[in-house]
Write a new protein. Structure first.
Length: 118
């Protein structure tokens, strides 16, 4: 699978952004899709994931209630709607595809930069 992420940018605190990640390759529904982020000097952090059918969603504690993950299987696309952004959300955001929900079979997309100013 190949992943192409987009939608990053610069926004003021309290603002919103929506990230998109388009997948190509194997049938999209066979993948659990996720978003991770990494800021300078820190380890990559789990943000959110969604299973193939879109029914099950999980979020990292730092984004619960502010971010929403969704997917459109007809468009092979996963989204991350980010609301009430904070400066600490500043990071490079990566989408990931886990084939058969297995992290050992994870494919990473290229990152997209999100910068939140106070």
């Amino acid at each position: 699978v190949q992943l192409q992420a987009s939608g990053g940018g610069a926004v003021q605190a309290g603002g919103s952004l929506r990230l998109s990640c388009v997948a190509s390759g194997r049938p999209f529904t066979t993948y659990t899709m996720g978003w991770f982020r990494q800021s300078p000097g820190k380890e990559r952090e789990f943000v959110a994931r969604i299973n193939g059918s879109g029914v099950r969603k999980d979020y990292g504690d730092s984004v619960k209630g502010r971010f929403t993950i969704s997917r459109d299987n007809a468009k092979n696309t996963v989204y991350l709607q980010m609301n009430a952004l904070k400066p600490e959300d500043t990071a490079v955001y990566y989408c990931a595809a886990d084939y058969g929900s297995r992290a050992q079979l994870r494919t990473w997309g290229q990152g997209t930069q999100v910068t939140v100013s106070s």
